[in-house]
Unconditional design. Structure first.
Length: 369
């Protein structure tokens, strides 16, 4: 097995040491890692690729001098029993904690408690702790991870699949290739090889979203009518839909007041090409509207905005029946975009695809569903 390439250094050619079955997984977010976990547990060889500096995808966190901020998923629920068992293992490993307990509905006209009865969890001390835990476990078992390695094309030869990176670096050969990237990016890779997978990707509409952050020198003032400090607020505002207080999350109690500001999808898509500074200002203005005079926000230490061009799937998408797709020529797709957008959807998509790939009898040429 090739050594891990966490730094993403340029490699002109990469060939697995063994001629046995070997799977390449493009995208080291939760879905790709869940798929890798299943296959490695069964003794299969796997190599991971990701265009970012580290794993995580939309579960990654932003580290600032003053605070750790989650800019993608903030928390997640558990419905499926298999995922429940996995979350229990994460809790035992110390990378997940329960949060939040105090949720509010906020608007410029007031704040009200908003309880939906769902138990939620978050990463400890950040959402990226979950994917880092999974990655460390895989790398410890000799799984190669090529970070900062965008894959631009797939090449099919008699010996298997080759992956082409920037500057025409080649990686391979691989028996099969799993793509957990968002459908618009996956479509570019599969289009020359599988019409049905390409058409599926094109049918899965992805929504964009801006995510902002703000770090303050002092705690926020307490809104009128609130008896206990809030942790998460669903916001009624044209620009802003969710505010989370990162310092209330487990493992971050010693950091200053630090907020994640998630914009409404419709507003985000209208302003998708706007400058980050302008987005930051708009989200801060929306936050200020939740604290009418005489309340005011404390001194701002740091702020900014990050654009997720492919944040989540549209709720009306024609999702595949099983939450993943595969073909007989050794290509497969997984990710929350093929199930419904939740953290649980991402894990289930990758986990179930991994089980399917281990099933030697499953040779369907059509994507499930």
């Amino acid at each position: 097995m090739a050594a891990s390439n966490m730094s993403g250094a340029a490699i002109s050619s990469h060939s697995p040491d063994s001629a046995s079955s070997h799977t390449a997984i493009i995208g080291a977010g939760l879905a790709g890692l869940a798929c890798a976990q299943v296959m490695v547990d069964a003794g299969e060889q796997v190599t991971l690729f990701d265009k970012a500096r580290g794993p995580g995808g939309r579960m990654s966190s932003k580290h600032r001098p003053e605070a750790i901020l989650d800019l993608g998923a903030q928390a997640f629920t558990v419905r499926d029993e298999a995922f429940n068992e996995e979350v229990a293992r994460w809790q035992a490993a110390g990378c997940v904690g329960q949060w939040p307990e105090r949720i509010y509905r906020a608007s410029p006209t007031g704040w009200q408690p908003h309880h939906d009865g769902q138990k939620r969890f978050t990463g400890l001390p950040s959402m990226s702790a979950i994917t880092r835990h999974l990655t460390d476990s895989l790398v410890a078992r000799d799984v190669a991870l090529h970070s900062t390695t965008p894959i631009t094309a797939l090449i099919r030869k008699s010996e298997g699949w080759w992956l082409e990176g920037n500057n025409t670096e080649l990686y391979g050969p691989y028996t099969q290739v799993v793509i957990s990237a968002p459908p618009p990016q996956a479509s570019i890779l599969v289009q020359p090889w599988d019409t049905q997978l390409s058409e599926l990707c094109q049918s899965l509409v992805q929504r964009g979203c801006w995510a902002g952050w703000a770090v303050f020198a002092a705690p926020l003032p307490t809104p009128v009518g609130i008896k206990k400090d809030w942790q998460m607020a669903r916001v009624d505002h044209p620009a802003l839909r969710l505010v989370c207080r990162n310092q209330t999350k487990p493992g971050r109690e010693n950091q200053p007041e630090s907020l994640s500001l998630l914009a409404n999808l419709e507003w985000s898509e209208t302003h998708l090409e706007a400058a980050p500074d302008a987005i930051t200002q708009s989200l801060l203005e929306a936050l200020k509207s939740l604290y009418p005079a005489p309340l005011k926000l404390p001194e701002l230490l740091d702020s900014g905005a990050h654009r997720w061009r492919y944040s989540q799937p549209d709720k009306d998408n024609p999702f595949p029946e099983h939450g993943y797709a595969r073909s007989a020529i050794g290509l497969a797709l997984c990710g929350d975009s093929l199930r419904g957008g939740r953290v649980e959807d991402a894990w289930l998509s990758g986990h179930r695809l991994g089980l399917s790939l281990l099933d030697a009898d499953n040779t369907t040429t059509r994507p499930p569903g």
